[in-house]
Design a protein around this ligand. Sequence first.
Ligand code: G
Ligand code: G
Ligand code: MN
Ligand code: NA
Length: 250
Amino acid sequence: LRTEASLHDALENNEFILHFQPKLDIETGAVVGCEALIRWQKDGRLISPASFIPVAEETGMIIQIGQWVVEQSCKTIKDWKTRYNFSVPIAINVSSQQFLDASLVPDIKQAALRYQVAPQSLEIEITETSLMNDIESAIIKLQQLKSAGFGIAVDDFGTGYSSLSYLRRLPISTMKIDRGFVSDLPEESAIASTILMLGKQLDLNIVAEGVENEQQLAWLQNQGCQIGQGFYFSKPLPIESFEAKYIAPN
Ligand code: G
Ligand code: G
Ligand code: MN
Ligand code: NA
């Protein structure tokens, strides 16, 4: 079922969709961004990326699927700007295979141009581990994306194969504290505090992922973490629900 051919058919048949999860300013409650998360609509059911992204990565289909995600995200940015004058950045997830592909950076730039989307409205989420296959080339590609104006976020920060000496060299704009550390809050806060401090020192935006309750939110507010994402605010939503709840409420 979850073979290269079925993923190929899924693309052809337009069976992939994006859900959107808001990122909120923890002080004001304003939506300051969102993350696009792919789902596969198959025979009336919604298949989670956890069950097909690994297959897509193994078979190389992640390249074409990733191009679809870039395209669809730029289209959505353009559409929200045109229809609602709504322009918070959309973040997309990029796998290590995509990072090794020479067409990633030109694909992203061309899609942004084609949809007349400001590069600042698209953010690339990468994990530390995904950069490590070829760190030197990854740094070059990140520099190209950053100098073109795209946002760069390190996803699941603190869980990957990472090194602080690389972190210093990565041209990133945002660190996302892995939800494992957020779920330890408020009792176990050493790692979250340290990541927050590191982010401040490096002058990065910090997003707390996986915020699930009031106690975690209170801790984050108290510690000056500015942006939160998680089920406490909203799960990832189909586009119509995201628009109704966050863009054009009535
Ligand atoms: O949305 P959900 O929690 O089910 O996502 C599961 C995993 O799939 C997460 O690690 C997420 O980063 C990944 N994922 C979701 N959408 C995409 C996508 O468009 N591209 C890639 N490469 N990974 C994605
Ligand atoms: O690996 P990545 O961080 O890209 O995965 C994002 C996924 O995390 C989302 O698709 C979503 O399904 C999941 N997620 C988002 N918020 C929460 C949360 O508050 N709790 C849990 N358990 N998962 C979450
Ligand atoms: Mn992510
Ligand atoms: Na994450």
